[in-house]
Design a protein around this ligand. Structure first.
Ligand code: PMT
Length: 399
């Protein structure tokens, strides 16, 4: 498949800059037009001539250069792009982007860009693990930037750990998928309702029962549905994530509040995706005062909550209803049982309580089931996985 797209590749100053030459070659092989922007320190690692030869276009590096601005000004360059990929993105560049600094061409282009932005970080493992880098990355993710990698392995500094830039072939594959998705507008004009995050079931004014859901999977689905052209409403349990401004977010705390928020909106929607980890049981009584410590053992009486997903599927005017199944064992059997028992159109099953994936991780894998079919979506970042699931939902919806 040839992609007739314009890709702006930003390169910052890390040893992984040499890998980006291969990325340009791969993207051009797929039919993309590529323009390259380099920071001053990137040019210390690799010559702009390499990228000029590979991309077939002059390399841009200076913000305040009258000739370059006349040829294609930085605002026009930002407008020209269908997608901006920054690879490698150093810790310094990531910090600049997350704070909105614009003191060179690449950081200014990032601010001026209205197209989707993807970044492939590359740095020493300790720099990647540093709290301030984590905060900067979280902030960029909240602002809708897709983070690719980094990968684990040997590093140029001689250490081993997370920090290697993803391989060009993987970045290229990811970008092709993102561009294809961007192009499809498969949910254009459709209303999509998504639940995300945990619920909190209060025991007394200071304590509650909850679970490990971070909301990342649900928020990624909301982003993916938005990118696919949908009008998205997100019913969110208590999480620390922020959704883009053009998603309507309704914040709730308990399973009962989530039930009301979902059921009152569901009949209007084309699709409902229940990604929230809703409490199955809630304390039968919320004590009005703090429960005092007394006996060695104590009892809490729990009451079943209403099953939001099953109730949505029972509505006369029901949306295409997609559930999740979070399981620690017998994944397929339990997921299939939920699909049939709750009369769902589709169910996405994931392992939880294991080392990789599921709750509160950056990655996940899904086994998706519907009446006469199934598809496995391999372990990958939740953003990419969400796009694959939205694609699958759009496909099933059409049939
Ligand atoms: O939030 P993250 O940290 O990114 O983690 C993602 C995730 C693991 C939470 C997510 O991928 C996931 O699996 N969500 C569903 C978790 C869950 O509650 O699974 P379950 O098997 O217990 O419930 C089955 C389905 O019924 C779910 O769609 C759930 O939303 C729904 N349900 C459950 C109980 C209830 N009272 N009402 C419901 O609607």
């Amino acid at each position: 498949m040839a992609i007739n797209k314009r890709i702006l590749l930003g390169i910052s100053g890390g040893i992984a800059a040499y890998k980006s030459a291969e990325l340009v070659r791969l993207l051009r092989k797929q039919g993309a037009e590529v323009r390259v922007v380099m920071t001053q320190s990137a040019m210390e690692f690799i010559s702009p001539l390499t990228f000029q030869a590979l991309s077939g276009n002059p390399v841009h590096s200076e913000l305040l250069n009258a000739d370059a601005e006349n040829a294609m000004g930085h605002i026009n360059l930002a407008r020209w792009a269908d997608l901006l990929i920054i690879a490698p993105a150093t810790a310094n560049l990531i910090a600049k982007l997350s704070h909105g600094l614009a003191d060179d061409l690449l950081s200014t282009l990032y601010l001026a860009a209205t197209c989707p932005v993807h970044i492939a970080p590359a740095m020493n493992k300790a720099m990647w693990a540093k709290a301030v880098t984590r905060e900067n990355i979280d902030k960029l993710q909240r602002h809708g930037i897709t983070i690719l990698g980094p990968e684990q392995g040997d590093q140029a500094c001689g250490e081993t750990g997370f920090g290697r830039m993803s391989e060009p072939v993987d970045i290229c594959r990811h970008l092709l998928q993102a561009l294809e998705f961007q192009n499809s507008s498969r949910l254009k004009g459709l209303k999509v309702l998504i639940s995300a995050g945990p619920t909190r079931e209060p025991l007394d004014p200071v304590r509650y029962i909850t679970n490990r859901s971070s909301g990342k999977m649900g928020y990624a689905l909301a982003n993916a549905a938005l990118k696919a052209g949908a009008e998205v409403t997100l019913i969110s349990g208590p999480v620390i994530l922020t959704a883009p401004a053009n998603i309507e977010v309704v914040k709730v705390e308990t399973a009962a509040q989530m039930y009301e928020a979902v059921i009152s909106r569901a009949p209007d929607q084309a699709i409902y995706i229940g990604a929230a980890a809703v409490a199955d049981y809630s304390p039968a009584i919320m004590q009005p005062e703090k429960i005092k410590k007394q006996d060695e053992q104590t009892m809490i009486i729990l009451q079943k909550t209403r099953d939001i997903l099953a109730e949505v599927a029972k509505l006369d005017k029901r949306p295409f209803t997609v559930g999740f199944a979070a399981e620690t064992h017998k994944l397929e059997a339990y997921a299939r049982d939920k699909l049939t028992r709750k009369k769902l159109d589709m169910i996405a099953a994931n392992w939880v309580g294991r080392e990789l994936g599921g709750f509160d991780s950056e990655q996940n894998a899904l086994q998706v089931f519907w009446k006469n079919g199934q598809k496995n979506l391999a372990m990958t970042g939740k953003e990419q996985l969400a796009e694959q699931l939205i694609d699958l939902i759009a496909e099933r919806l059409q049939e």
